[in-house]
Write a protein that binds this ligand. Structure first.
Ligand code: MAN
Ligand code: CA
Length: 286
């Protein structure tokens, strides 16, 4: 029994020792697992390293390409600048083309203008010719219905007034219609105001038979003042415009202002042109 008990005790101690050993064994097992996992990871890393080594060749090629690209970038920049220059040149060329078109149109316009100028020149020459041929009044005379009239602001007898008109190549004015008569009044009043003036009507040849100074009879138009002609005191054979703008017979030897008329002639100096006459005018500013 004693031996059995001793053996049992020994077994119990062994059991205790075993129990104590099981804990570090478990730890060893876990370490073993870790080692296995590490080895797997290591294998993976090795494969990656191989991959990286294999990649280095194309990477070197890429690096060389990059260098090439860097070297190309300088001529590429130059090309880009050239391209910009080309674009600007093309814009300039377009502008030049438009200018050329404009020039062509202008040259056409220029030709048209030259032809127009020639035409206008001919027209002006023709008009100058007509102007020379056109009747007009001498200085101091004003045209009305194709006849020239001038109001004189000096007083003369009827016969002296008629003589003065004759010196200008005309006669005393003969207003044969109301419009001409009214024109004479306005012409005279512009020079002398409201004063009486002789005009070319009289009955010196035969009392009561009024005639114009060119020998023609009075006709239908007259503008006698009421009560006129009255041949006052039997001494009134010449006719004037009185201050009331109406006709009155008065003594021929009295002195009054008068109006002359002449047939229009050629006013411009011979050899003159429209242009030279205009220049002459501007030579003598009023
Ligand atoms: C008055 C009127 C006229 C006459 C003049 C002469 O005005 O009798 O008829 O002619 O005097 O001054
Ligand atoms: Ca009278």
């Amino acid at each position: 029994m004693r031996q059995l008990s001793t053996t049992l005790d020994a077994l119990k101690r062994d059991q205790d020792n075993m129990r104590q050993l099981s804990t570090p064994l478990d730890a060893l097992k876990r370490d073993q697992d870790d080692m296995r996992q590490l080895s797997t990871a290591l294998d993976a890393l090795k494969r990656d390293q191989d991959d990286v080594r294999q990649l280095s060749t194309p990477l070197d090629a890429l690096k060389r390409d990059q260098d090439d690209i860097r070297q190309l970038s300088t001529p590429l920049d130059a090309l880009k600048r050239d391209q910009d220059d080309m674009r600007q040149l093309s814009t300039t060329v377009d502008a030049l083309k438009r200018d050329q078109d404009d020039m062509r149109q202008l040259s056409t316009t220029d030709d048209t203008l030259k032809r127009d100028l020639d035409k206008e020149g001919s027209r002006t020459a023709a008009l100058e010719q007509r102007l020379h041929e056109m009747p007009s009044c001498p200085t101091g005379y004003t045209m009305f219905r194709g006849t020239c009239y001038k109001a004189f602001n000096t007083r003369k007898t009827f016969s002296d007034a008629a003589a003065a008109c004759g010196e200008d190549g005309g006669t005393l004015a003969m207003p044969r219609d109301a419009e001409t008569d009214t024109f004479l009044i306005s012409l005279h009043s512009a020079v002398s105001g409201k004063r009486p003036f002789w005009f070319g009507l009289h009955d010196q040849r035969e009392e009561g038979s009024f005639e114009w100074v060119d020998g023609s009879s009075l006709g239908t138009y007259n503008s006698w003042c009421p009560g006129e002609p009255n041949n006052n005191r039997g001494r009134e054979d010449c006719v004037l415009h009185n201050s009331e703008d109406e006709w009155n017979d008065a003594p021929c030897n009295r002195k009054y202002r008068f109006i002359c008329q002449i047939v229009p002639g050629r006013p411009l100096a011979t050899g003159g042109t429209l242009t030279t006459n205009v220049l002459r005018l501007s030579d003598h500013p009023q």
